[in-house]
Design a protein. Structure first.
Lengths: 482, 41
C-alpha cells in the first residue's frame, strides 16, 4: 500500500516535470518561471519551500525536548513575510533579475561582489542539500527497508529528474502538489493523535501530568529564544531561494497577496505540527531523542494508511525545499559564475549550462556523502548554520542596500565576508568572554551585527555609489526634475 | 499558564493576519485610485 501511494505520488511529480519542459524555453523561464507567477502559485511555492524536514521532524523534536515555549518563535515567520512585502516587494518587482547575485552586481556595480555572493550560496546550499539527502535516505530505509545509500541515490535521481528538466516551472507546480500533501498529512494526523488521548481536554491533562514543565517558560535561556527568533526573521527575509520567488511573481500586488498566502500556510503548517508535537508528549513522554517523535507517531500511533500520508508529507517537505535550493545553487554556478567569466555565451549554451549546473550541484552532495565527507555531527552543525550564514551574508547587502543609498560596493563586500566570518567565529566558541557562545546567543544575531557594522563603517570611508546603481531602487533625489 | 501559552500563540498569529490584511487592502485601494486601469487586468 505504501509503495502504491508513493508510486502514484512520484508519477504525478514526473508528469509535472515533463509538462514544465515544454513551457521552459529561455533562461528567464528556467530560473524564475518567466516572472509570470500569480499570487496562488507564488505563495504556495514560498510556503512549500519554507517547510522542510526541520518543520516536520526538527521542530517536533525541539518542542518535545524543551516544551511549548519554542512555539512562540513561529510568530517571526509572518513578520518576516510582512517585512518582505513592505520593503523588498516593491523594489524587487520594479527591477527583475534572474538571481540574487545578479541583484548584488547591479546594486553594487561589481562582478566580484556577484561572484562572491554566488560562491556563498553554492557552498551553503550544497551542504544543506547534503543533510537533506541523508534524511531522505534514512526515511527510505525506515519505510521501505532498502539500504540508506540506495535511498539517497533514489532520492537524488528523482529530485534531479524534474528540477534539471523543468527548472522553476517544474519546481513551482511540484511545490503546489507537495504543499497540498503536507497540509493534508498534518490535517489528518492532528485529530487522530488527539483522539488517541481522548480529546483536547484529556490531552492537556496528560501532558501536564507527564511533563509538568511543558507549558512553562525557562527551559531555554530567554536570550537564546529571542535571538533564535531574530535569526528566523533575518534568515527568512534574506535567503536567496525566497528572494528569487519575488522575481518570479508578476508584480507588486501578486507579491503582497502571495506573501499573505505564504504566511498563512507556512505558519499554519507549523501550528498543526506543534499540535502533533503536543500529542507526542502525551503519547511518548520520554524519548532518547526528540527527533524520533514524528517517525514514531507515523509508524505506531496512526493507522498504516494515515501514517503513510504523514510520511509522504515529511518527504514532500524535504523535496520542496531541496528542489528550490538546487535551483538557487545551480543558478549561482551557471548563471552567475559562468555569467561573470563568459558574459558572451549564447542562449543555447546558457540553457545547457543551466541544466549542467543543476546536475553538478545535485550530484556533488551525493558524491560527498558516499566518499565520507560530512558524516555525523558535521552535517547537523552546518544545517543549523545554514540560516545564520544566509542571513549574515545577505541581510545587510539586500535590505540595507535598498533602504540606504550610502551602502557602497566595498561596504557590501565587507558586510558579506564579515558576516559569514562572524558566524563561524561565534559558532566555534573561540570567544574571549566565558559563557558567551552559540548556547546563549544564536550565531545569526552576532553575524548580522558584524555585517551591519562593517557595511556601514566601510561605506563611510569609500567612494559613494554611482547614481546609475541607485536609480532602480530609490526615488530620485529631491530637486531632481529629470 | 497552560491556557495563556497555548491560546495566546494562536491569538497573536490571528492578530498579525488581520493587521496584514488591512494593510494590504489599504495599499491596494490607494493603488487603484492612483492607477484606475490596473484593476481591469
Amino acid at each position: 500500500m505504501t509503495a502504491i501511494v508513493f508510486g502514484a505520488y512520484l508519477a504525478a511529480i514526473f508528469a509535472i516535470g515533463a509538462v514544465a519542459l515544454r513551457r521552459t524555453r529561455t533562461e528567464g523561464d528556467y530560473w524564475i518561471a518567466g516572472g509570470k507567477l500569480g499570487w496562488l502559485l507564488g505563495g504556495a511555492t514560498l510556503a512549500a519551500t519554507h517547510a522542510s524536514a526541520g518543520t516536520y521532524i526538527g521542530t517536533v523534536g525541539v518542542i518535545h525536548t524543551v516544551g511549548w515555549e519554542f512555539t512562540w518563535l513561529v510568530l517571526f515567520i509572518p513578520l518576516s513575510y510582512w517585512f518582505m512585502a513592505g520593503f523588498l516587494g516593491p523594489r524587487f518587482a520594479r527591477t527583475r533579475e534572474l538571481t540574487l547575485p545578479a541583484f548584488i552586481e547591479r546594486r553594487y556595480y561589481s562582478r566580484r561582489a556577484r561572484a562572491l555572493a554566488a560562491v556563498v550560496i553554492l557552498i551553503a546550499a550544497t551542504v544543506y542539500v547534503q543533510a537533506q539527502v541523508i534524511a531522505g535516505g534514512l526515511i527510505a530505509e525506515t519505510v521501505f527497508g532498502i539500504p540508506a545509500v540506495w535511498g539517497m541515490v533514489f532520492f537524488t535521481v528523482i529530485l534531479l529528474a524534474y528540477t534539471a528538466i523543468g527548472g522553476m516551472v517544474a519546481v513551482v507546480y511540484t511545490d503546489l502538489v507537495q504543499l497540498v500533501v503536507m497540509v493534508i498529512g498534518a490535517l489528518v494526523a492532528v485529530p487522530m493523535v488527539f483522539r488517541l488521548l481522548g480529546g483536547p481536554g484529556p490531552l492537556f491533562a496528560a501532558v501536564e501530568t507527564l511533563r509538568p514543565e511543558a507549558f512553562e517558560f525557562g527551559a531555554l535561556p530567554g536570550v537564546l529564544l529571542f535571538t533564535m527568533g531574530i535569526s528566523f526573521l533575518l534568515g527568512g527575509v534574506a535567503t536567496p531561494e525566497k528572494l528569487v520567488r519575488l522575481y518570479a511573481m508578476r508584480g507588486q500586488r501578486e507579491i503582497r497577496r502571495g506573501l499573505f498566502l505564504a504566511m498563512i500556510v507556512a505558519t499554519g503548517v507549523n501550528l498543526l505540527v506543534f499540535l502533533i508535537a503536543l500529542g507526542a508528549m502525551g503519547l511518548f513522554p520520554i524519548l532518547p531523542s526528540g527527533d524520533l517523535a514524528m517517525p514514531l507517531i507515523a509508524s505506531y500511533a496512526l493507522p498504516p494508511i494515515l501514517g503513510t500520508v504523514l510520511l509522504a508529507a515529511v518527504v514532500s517537505a524535504i523535496m520542496s525545499t531541496v528542489d528550490s535550493l538546487l535551483l538557487v545553487a545551480g543558478s549561482a554556478l551557471s548563471h552567475d559564475l559562468l555569467g561573470v567569466f563568459r558574459p558572451g555565451a549564447g542562449p543555447r549554451a546558457r540553457m545547457l549550462a543551466a541544466r549542467l549546473g543543476i546536475l553538478i550541484v545535485g550530484i556533488a552532495p551525493l558524491v560527498l556523502i558516499l566518499s565520507g565527507v560530512g558524516e555525523g555531527e558535521l552535517v547537523q552543525f552546518i544545517v543549523l548554520l545554514f540560516t545564520a550564514i544566509m542571513a549574515s551574508a545577505f541581510f545587510v547587502p539586500v535590505v540595507l542596500g535598498v533602504l540606504w543609498r550610502g551602502l557602497t560596493r566595498e561596504g557590501a563586500l565587507a558586510a558579506m565576508v564579515g558576516g559569514v566570518a562572524g558566524v563561524f567565529v561565534w559558532q566555534s566558541g573561540a570567544l574571549p568572554w566565558p559563557g558567551w557562545g552559540p548556547e546563549l546567543v544564536h550565531p545569526a544575531a552576532p553575524g548580522v551585527l558584524v555585517s551591519l557594522v562593517l557595511g556601514v563603517a566601510v561605506s563611510r570611508f569609500t567612494a559613494p555609489p554611482p547614481e546609475s546603481a541607485l536609480t532602480p531602487y530609490f526615488a530620485r533625489p529631491a530637486g531632481d526634475s529629470r | 499558564m497552560t491556557r495563556f501559552s497555548f491560546w495566546g500563540l494562536f491569538a497573536v498569529f490571528g492578530a498579525i493576519l488581520v493587521a496584514y490584511w488591512f494593510w494590504m487592502r489599504r495599499l491596494e485601494r490607494r493603488e487603484s485610485r492612483e492607477h484606475p486601469g490596473d484593476g481591469l487586468r
